[in-house]
Structures are given as structure tokens and as C-alpha cells.
Design a binder for this molecule. Sequence first.
Ligand code: AMP
Length: 571
Amino acid sequence: MVAPNLPDYTSFTSAFSWEKEKSGLSGLPDGQGLNIAYEAIDRHATGELRNHTAFRFIKKDLSVMQCSYHDFMELTNRFANVLSELSITKGDRVFSFLGRMPELYFSALGTLKKAAVFCPLFNVFGPEPIFQRLSRGDAKVLITTKDLFEKKVRQLLERLPGLKFVLLTDIDKDENEKIRSLPRMMEQASDEFSIPPTNPEDPALLHFTSGTTGMPKGALHVHKAVLVHYVTGKYVLDFHPDDIYWCTADPGWVTGTSYGIIAPLVNGVTNVVDEEEFDATRWYSILEKQKVNIWYTAPTAIRRLMRMNIKPGEQYKLENLRLMLSVGEPLHADAVIWSEKMFGMPFLDNWWQTETGGIMIANYRAMQVKPGSMGKPLPGVEAAIAEVTDESLTIIDEPNRDGHLVLKRGWPSMFRTYLHEEERYNKCFRGDWYITGDLAKKDADGYYWFVGRADDIIKTSGHMVGPFEVESALMEHPAVAEAAVIGKPDQLIGEVVKAFIVLKPDQKADDNLKMDITAHARRRLGPAVAPKEIAFIDNLPKTRSGKILRRLLKARELGLPEGDLSTLEQP
Ligand code: AMP
């Protein structure tokens, strides 16, 4: 097995500098700046990796379409020329509303070549969330399919005067000046394109993150972020030449862009893209047939795999798999232990968020894993636990104390604003520190442990209870498949802990089981923290990216307004 790129965390971190790592990028020729698309494609396509496979697109029927770095350079050049034809210039916003098909990937990088800003939308949004994002994001161009356009977009056109062009991936002729045929334009465009000078601080990507209430927030990222994509690809995802890598996230979420497009290409590996949604046997057979070496997925999928009666290590030939990683939600210790049993290696948890643009805290291949911990800060990133008030921030030095997870400003992929919401952006900072909105603790060995979103914390009988701790204990019960807890206002003790539990398929939801789970939770957590109420439900409400929406459970429980539900997954 190849040696890890990061062999020793402590010595590597103390010697780390962003400046030094920059030498792994090329920069635009003739000192013309830094452009994500050049780092991801052109420098490989014009060098040794010219004929290397950049993408393997897996279709619904499991057939595979391969695309080399050189072919992908030509496609992205053509797309950049299509944008020129439409007089799109630097900083203009180009949106996609597509499934995971080649057009999504070449339009993303073609847009970046043009130094315009790309914003991918998840293809199951309904008309209103699409409208909100296109209008708040000042979209000039939208790329979509005829079907999605007719069902969800045409009705919005009158309300979107700034949207100048809609490029449809599957019509042969233009409908009019505005609604055009992408295949026709691609065919007529030249496959040569020269990337304009790009400042590392030029905007590149726009990602909407769901606000807890009200409007989605648009986090804006710049070209310089590519340094974090490169570094995390190398040291967290541990990319080596000839690796075959699969990130299961959709580019509609930041993981699917940072790690489903940019990081693997910048590091010159082969990127597997599956057009279909989760399906356990399909996923295992993709790992086997595509001989995947590195697999990046999310706890929601891992929990679903855990529920199935499949032993992947025995039933599939997975000898090429070297590394498995998880992001997006807390990865319970249970899941880490399960993966060690099933695959002979642990899922490595890592933490980051839309605003950070790339992985900030991680378990590294060569580092000992403490199941349930998010790991240690990325070399070059300073993290801390702090007490935060409206005006001040005080770092907590003592180990194992809960507090706000904060990051020292200045890592290259830090978001540069919330679109049209400068004040909201400024509120995320106290001096040099960025407040992530998550609570965590750091142990004496420097490992970080997730406690919960600050918004989800429960205050009960003078205790601050993180949902993760309670949910982890509940998930240890053999009947429990998934759990989410909330705080319910209570006159006597502030809030009572209420748990919503999804049972494993063969379990009977009755009072005996409720009592058994309660007893287990009390043993594990003590009576003050264990749930006082338990409800069995069929499904937990989740975002389409797989995050449990505790605030929605709470709103429903209390009969409060449900807030922005544009990212809610429909069961
Ligand atoms: P988003 O910006 O939508 O990607 O959501 C980011 C949020 O997801 C973080 O602020 C955390 O609350 C949660 N999250 C992501 N990764 C992890 C992780 N490894 N452990 C715990 N929570 C996580």
C-alpha cells in the first residue's frame, strides 16, 4: 500500500506553510494570476496527464462514459467560448440546474475559465427555491434540461428580468434569443480558449446554504480557495497518482463541488460520478467494478448502509479500497466501529461547512482515530474552542470544555461574503476569529469532538446538552437505526429532552421497547440528560444533503412556523 502523504501530524503541522504548498499549483502562464479551472484541467491536459481519465460518468444503466483531461479541456474551452458568445464577462453569475451529467461538470469549469461565477443548484428544488436563488444570486445564465425547464423554470421567467439566457442541454434548435440550444452552441464554439488574467481574490463560486429561518444565504468563494482544495486533496483525501476516487455528494452542495469536482482534478486523479441516487447494492458494485481507491461519503448514507443486511467486505471485492471518509454530520462512534468490522478500515470523519470552502478538521490516514471525534485541525488552520458573547470572544484553554468552535481568519478558502448581506457576514467574526455556529470540545490530545449546532443546544436543569451526545447513546441501542433529539420548553427545568427514533426494520414500536431504550439512555447518560420523552417515527426530516433538520422537528412539536424548507428531502 502507498505511504500516506501526511506521515506524521505533529511534525508536518509545525513545518507547514501555505506559501510552501503553493508550489504544488502552477498559476496561470506568464504570471497572469490563479484560476481554479487552469489548476484543475489545463495544466494536466497540456502535460503528462493529457490522456489520463479525468471523469468516469456512470449512467443509470451502469454504463460508463470516460473523459480524459485533454477532452475535458476542450469541452470546458468550448463552454467558455459559448459564454463569450453571450457576452458574459468576469463576475457574471452562471447557474446550473442539472443532474450529475457531463454538462454540469463542463459548465462549472468552463464558467471558471471565463472568470465568471458558478452556482450549481440541486436538481430537485421546486420553482420557489429556484426563484429565490436565481434572483438573490443575480443569475444571468441558467443551464438546465428541457424537462426541468418546462416543469420548474419557464413559469418564473417573467419574475427574473436579469436572467438573460437559458441554455437547454437537450434541444437542437434555439427557441428564441433567450432560450438556446446548448449542443448547437457547443458545436459551433471553438475548442481553444485562453483563460483571462484572474486575481486569486476574484469571485469563483457561489453556494447557498439553508438559513434556519427565512432566506437562504449565498456564501461567495474566490479562486484562491483552490489552494485548500489542493492541500486537503493531498493530505486528507491522500490522493496519489492513478487513484480512482468517488465522492457521492451532488455539486448542488458545497462538498460536491469542492470535493466532487475541484480537489480530485487539481490533484490529477480519476473522478467517478454516479448519475443515480443512493442505492446500497448499486453503490457497493460501483466500488467494486470501478476499483475505487478513495471513497468520500456522508453519515446519512453510512447509516443506511448499516441498516442493510449486507457484509460488503465479504460479498464484494473491495481490495482496491484504501481510504473511506465522511462529512456533513456527526459520524457516531458506532459507524466507525461498524466500518472497521465491515471494510477492515474506519471511516475517517472530517468537519467543515459551506462557509469554510474546504475541510478544516480531519482524521488523517496516518493518525490514530478516536471513534466519534472529528479529528484535528488541518495543518495551516488554527482552530479553538471559545466563549462568545455579542461583543467578545475568549479562548478556552482547558480541555474537554464545551464552547463555540472558532477558526482563525485567513485560510485561503474562507468565504468572502454572504451575498447582499454584509452585516450578517461581519457578525460571524470577532476580531481575528470566525465563529462557526457549532459547539465542540477539544480533548487533552488536541482532538475535536462535535457537540451540536449552537441553535440545537438544549438547556435542561442547568445543563447544556448537545444533541449529538444523546443521539450517539441512543444509537448504541440495538433496536435504534436513527435518532434526533430536541429541547421542549418546560416551566420547571427550562427544556426537556425529547427523542425521535427510527427503529431498525425488524423492531416493534411498543411501550416495552420505549422503556428499554429509556433505561439504556439513563444508564449511559444519567437521568438529567437522558430523554424524558421518546417518540417513534418512520423517517427523520432531513435536508437533501442528508442533514437531520432538528429545528423542523422542534417547530412541528411546538406548532411553530416551519421556516425555510427549500432543502427538505421529501420521503
Ligand atoms: P453545510 O454548510 O450545509 O455544509 O453544513 C455545515 C454544518 O454541518 C457544520 O457547521 C456542522 O454543523 C455540520 N457538519 C459537517 N461536518 C460535520 C462533522 N464531521 N461532524 C459534525 N457536524 C458536521
